[in-house]
Each structure stands twice: as structure tokens, then as C-alpha cells.
Ligand binder design. Structure first.
Ligand code: ZN
Length: 447
């Protein structure tokens, strides 16, 4: 950008409200409000030695806008540490500031004190959760972890905790400002930085925020964008555009644009979402032990963690061992629905759901019985599906084994307790998706 263009950008960067529309009785009709501003010229710098021995220069109250340097208005969205014409390197400029790998995903906690009266504690936390989830959908090697309420009673600068709070007696928000992010940024070496690091970011939200929930969530999401390393975009379609109109909630964007997602990838690198897949919906006789394996992968091969939830049906006790969840179907017929969500280390996620129908089995043996204490027996099955056979045998599904013969007389095995689909492939193929015919001879063993 040429100096002249830069000066123009700075001059038009702030769309402020008249002060009559400020704190307290802000009329919605006049409410074009600035999402983030740094009117306090509090930036102070100091030097110190970080753990890694590098000679770091640190700005303790790095305001993303206005004085001293950190406002940036350009398109595509600039990085928070880009120079904006009011200051010069090494305070600003390349390389862009980012969180160290050890501090990703960036962990935030909340203070519910001083929230606006129309907003409940739970609604506020939901807004923060939604904002974090929005950033975690971007396929960049960064994420946001919302950990619930903070310790203590108010946010503090430079305490090593990333806090989201409403403005308090310190009045850091003035005029029509809806939100502000204060970041602590350090660089090294002091004169020609090769690394620039975000050490802490605190987000402060207007305590008399108007009752426009979409715009509150938008503001929190926007501020998180600053916390992750963005300045302001000059494109009104961008989440990182500096202002919104509270009387037109459609100006309160809820997610970064493709251009902003690319910029985040430019800052941290690409990291793709994992995938998760559950078996197709299936049915089991009531009372059966069920193993539910999720087939999940991470494109980068990173370790995944899993959260299992029961969405509907008679509540069961879920025993989860990561990628495998097991439970005992209730003794009542009915439909149970489950969801699993796989998370990669940046909290990118993928979900899958499955319905499991518990039914009253009609399965019975018309000849013989399978000994429960061990050993084989030949029985004749009265017909039904494979699980009806298990039900009819009375054997524990986890340890039972059955055999039949294929067209050329070879044994085909059925292990109801296996979690490896291929084990029963020949058995399933033999029946071709149809019930096992009545009168089929089966060799069975309970354990
Ligand atoms: Zn902003």
C-alpha cells in the first residue's frame, strides 16, 4: 500500500458513533458501533528473557487498533502485528504474531459478572462456546478451547490467563465500542525480529450490550479473531470488519469468510478436519451387549479423542474406550440414538450418529442346544437373523462362535462379539442380506 493509500485507510478506519449513542441508552437506530478499539494509549514495552533464552521485547497492552500501532485496515484481512503507518518496525511488521505451538488451542475462560440484564449466564457461555466452535471449523493449525468460568472475580492483564469478561469499573470501553481485545505480544531478537509471539489475549465486552444476541455472538467471534492474530478488514462482508449496525443484525457476521479462513491458514498452516463414521443403523435383541466402533481418521495422522453421547431412548450406561463404545441394550424394545464426536489436537471435530433398535427376538432352536459351560454342539436354527441365532443359543454374544458351511463344504465363521467387520464378511455374504432360513444346521460354541 502506498503512503497516501495508507493514510486514507487510517482516516476511514473508524466509523464511530456520536457519543450520544454511547454507553447506557444507546438507541438502536443510530447504533453503528465499533467492535474493537484501543483508545487507551497504554502500550508499554519491556524487555525480558523468556524460557527459551531469546531476548524478547514485549508489549504488555497490545491494543489491536488506534494508538500506538496496531490498527490495520486492508483487504484481505491483515495480521494484528502488521504496520499501519502510525508506527514502524520492530514494534510492528513481519513476521506476523502468532501463538506458540505449546499454547494451541488457545484456552479461554469467562467471567459472567456485569453481563447485561437480558443475557443469562448460560446464554453468555453458549455464545462463547459458539464463537469457539466457529473458529474450530477453520482448517488451520490453531483452535480455541473454551474451558468455562475463570478463577477469581475479574479479568486482569498479564496474568497468563486468556479471559473473556464484561467491562467493569475500569471502563476500558468507551463511546460506542462493543468489544476490545488486549493482547500481549513479544518479539525476538529485539531489532530484526524473526519471531513474534502472542502470549496472552483478554477480551472485554460492553456491559450494556444491546439485546441483539446475534451481534453479541458476532462480537465475541470477531474479538476471538483479534486474539488469534487478525487486525481489521476493510471489507464489510468480513467478520473482521471493524463495525456493525446493531439495528441491522445481518451486519453482524457469525463466521469468517473464505478469504479470512485462508489468511488464518497462512498464519498457522493448514490442518484439516478429521472424519468420523459409525456403522449403519442396526437392530439387536433386547438385553444384548453392543459394541459400537467409530471409524475415524485425521488427515495429518494426529491422535483423536472421542466424546460419546446418547441422544435418545432409554438411558444406557456407556462404557467408552475411545474409538469403541459398548453398552447393554435395555430389556425393553425401543430405539436408542448415539452420537460420537472426534476431536483432533486443535479441536477440529467430526461427528456421526447411529440408531440402534432393541427388539424382542423370536429366535429359537428347533433341535439341540449349545452347551453354556463349553464345547461344541450341532443345532438346527428356527430361522431369523444372525443376532436371533445368538439370542436363541442363549450364549453371551461376546464369547459365542458359530459355524456353517459354504457351497463347497468349507466352514464359515460367525463371531458376534467382533469389532472387525471383515471377520464376519463370508458369513454375511452367505445369507446375502436375507434371514437365515428355518432348518439351517449350525455348529455352535458359547465360550
Ligand atoms: Zn475489531
Amino acid at each position: 500500500m502506498t503512503p497516501a493509500a495508507l493514510a486514507r485507510a487510517v482516516a476511514t478506519a473508524w466509523r464511530r458513533l456520536p457519543t450520544s449513542a454511547g454507553r447506557g441508552g444507546r438507541p438502536l437506530a443510530a447504533a453503528i458501533a465499533v467492535l474493537l478499539v484501543g483508545v487507551m494509549a497504554l502500550a508499554t514495552s519491556g524487555r525480558g528473557h523468556a524460557d527459551d533464552g531469546a531476548n524478547w521485547v514485549r508489549i504488555d497492552s497490545f491494543q489491536v487498533n488506534d494508538t500506538p500501532v496496531e490498527q490495520s485496515t486492508a483487504y484481505p484481512v491483515p495480521y494484528v502485528s502488521d504496520c499501519d503507518g502510525t508506527d514502524s518496525p520492530p514494534r510492528c511488521g513481519p513476521p506476523p504474531a502468532q501463538w506458540s505451538i505449546a499454547k494451541r488451542p488457545v484456552q479461554f475462560c469467562t467471567f459472567v459478572q456485569n453481563r447485561p440484564g437480558w443475557l443469562s449466564d448460560a446464554q453468555f457461555r453458549d455464545s462463547v462456546r459458539q464463537a469457539a466452535s466457529t473458529w474450530n471449523k477453520v482448517e488451520a493449525a490453531i483452535g480455541v478451547s473454551y474451558v468455562g468460568d475463570c478463577q477469581g472475580t475479574r479479568w486482569e492483564r498479564r496474568n497468563g490467563v486468556n479471559e473473556i469478561a464484561f467491562d467493569d469499573e475500569r471502563n476500558v470501553l468507551t463511546g460506542a465500542t462493543l468489544g476490545l481485545t488486549e493482547s500481549s505480544i513479544a518479539w525476538a531478537p529485539p531489532t530484526n525480529p524473526t519471531i513474534r509471539r502472542i502470549d496472552e489475549a483478554d477480551i472485554i465486552i460492553e456491559s450494556s450490550f444491546a439485546n441483539v444476541p446475534t451481534c453479541l455472538t458476532s462480537t465475541i467471534t470477531h474479538e476471538m479473531g483479534h486474539a488469534l492474530g487478525f487486525g481489521h478488514s476493510s471489507n464489510p462482508a468480513d467478520l473482521m470488519y471493524a463495525s456493525v449496525d446493531l439495528s441491522h443484525p445481518e451486519t453482524c457476521h457469525l463466521a469468517p469468510t473464505d478469504s479470512e479462513k485462508e489468511r488464518l491458514q497462512g498464519l498457522y498452516g493448514v490442518d484439516q478436519l478429521p472424519t468420523a463414521e459409525l456403522p449403519p443403523d442396526f437392530a439387536v435383541p433386547v438385553g444384548f451387549q453392543v459394541n459400537l466402533p467409530v471409524n475415524a481418521t485425521d488427515p495429518e495422522g494426529q491422535q483423536l479423542t472421542f466424546v460419546w453421547e446418547q441422544l435418545s431412548g432409554t438411558s444406557v450406561e456407556m462404557n467408552s474406550f475411545g474409538a469403541l463404545m459398548s453398552f447393554q441394550a435395555p430389556n425393553l424394545a425401543g430405539i436408542l440414538q448415539f452420537r460420537v464426536t472426534a476431536f483432533d489436537p486443535y479441536l477440529h471435530s467430526a461427528s456421526a450418529t447411529v440408531s440402534v433398535t432393541g427388539y424382542l427376538s423370536q429366535g429359537k432352536l428347533t433341535y439341540g442346544e449349545v452347551p453354556h459351560e463349553g464345547g461344541f454342539a450341532l443345532v438346527i436354527f428356527g430361522g431369523g437373523n444372525s443376532l436371533d441365532l445368538v439370542y436363541a443359543s442363549g450364549c453371551p454374544p461376546q464369547s459365542a462362535t458359530f459355524w456353517t458351511t459354504d457351497a463347497v463344504g468349507r466352514f464359515v465363521i460367525y463371531l458376534p462379539g467382533t469389532t472387525v467387520a471383515v471377520v464376519n464378511a463370508a458369513w454375511d455374504a452367505k445369507w446375502g442380506g436375507e434371514p437365515i432360513p428355518a432348518g439351517t444346521p449350525i455348529l455352535g460354541r458359547c465360550r
